[in-house]
Design a protein around this ligand. Structure first.
Ligand code: HXC
Length: 261
């Protein structure tokens, strides 16, 4: 990995930070960048003791300003399908990582950039962030999952309005509608995101992974099937040392020490 690679990954103990690194193009996603992201996620999956992943954009201006419009401009229908499928499968891999993934949105998160943030478990935004799905202004529609994930995050009515008009939301509005969990002063975004990651690391890693798995699997199921999965996963905790350590520590009035942390 060189500093000019389109995806950079750094590690701070169990926290990995993945940075989309094409600041001259506001981190726009071309095929090479998506392949780099796919490889980076594959490598993270194999990493022992990974606890949390942060996704952000290089530079001061953008998280990701969308899929690369120059690259898309000459695509055939077949090229466009392959490109959409590459982005969708890469974002599904990110969403399916067994640890929480936090998007630290440090600027424009437009089109494919908003879709990338939506594939993360939750979003922290800087006071400079701007969100939107402006694809219809280019004569296309969201193709990396936005037509489905945006409405699941903010509701169908608002998702329709944002996708049909292409209008942008500032950070406070994004907070008000539940697209982001918190807005932080620009200079504090990474520190605040690391704080959230560290709070996750203090919890039982297998319990967190199981909660993520159940929430993701249940999102597409009827409630009765989804909560049956929850009960199953809840009961499996009682066969693992984490539950004995977590409850034992509470009862002994000491801090829990989970295996792998
Ligand atoms: C390629 C991009 C880009 C993009 C910005 N750049 N966004 N290049 N694809 N999505 C490039 C610009 O061409 C420019 O390059 C440099 O980054 C700086 O951008 P400027 O436009 O000069 O900056 P500014 O005036 O501050 O405007 C910022 C901006 C604007 C509002 C974010 O760049 C913008 O509207 N970008 C496009 C946003 C968009 O429509 N995204 C959705 C794409 S479609 P040069 O070389 O001139 O310096 C999409 C589909 C996803 O995402 C699904 C696919 C299957």
């Amino acid at each position: 990995m060189t500093d000019s690679a389109p995806i950079l990954v750094t590690h701070d103990g169990p926290i990995a930070t993945v940075t989309v690194n094409r600041p001259d193009a506001l981190n726009a996603l071309n095929r090479e960048t998506l392949l780099g992201l796919r490889d980076a996620i594959g490598a993270l999956r194999k990493r022992a003791n990974l606890g949390c992943v942060i996704v952000t954009g290089a530079g001061d201006k953008a998280f990701v300003a969308g899929a690369d419009i120059a690259a898309m401009s000459s695509m055939s229908r077949e090229d466009a399908l392959a490109f959409a499928e590459l982005g969708q499968s890469t974002f599904a891999l990110l969403e399916g990582l067994p640890v929480p993934v936090i998007a630290a949105v440090n600027g424009f998160a437009l089109g494919g950039g908003c879709e990338l943030a939506l594939a993360c478990d939750f979003i922290y935004a800087s006071s400079h962030a701007k969100f939107g799905q402006p694809e219809v202004k280019l004569g296309i529609l969201p193709g990396f999952g936005g037509t489905q994930r945006l409405s699941r995050r903010v509701g169908l009515g608002l998702a329709r309005e944002l996708i049909y008009t292409g209008k942008m939301l500032g950070p406070e509005e994004a907070l008000r509608v539940g697209l982001v969990n918190a807005v932080h002063p620009h200079a504090e975004l990474m520190a605040k995101t690391l704080e959230a990651a560290k709070a996750i690391l203090a919890a039982g890693p297998r319990a967190v992974a199981a909660a993520k798995q159940v929430m993701n699997a249940g999102a597409d199921l009827p409630l009765t099937s989804a909560i049956a999965k929850e009960a199953e996963a809840f009961s499996r905790c009682f066969e693992a040392p984490e539950q004995r350590e977590g409850m034992g520590a509470f009862l002994a009035k000491r801090a829990a020490k989970f295996e792998g942390r």
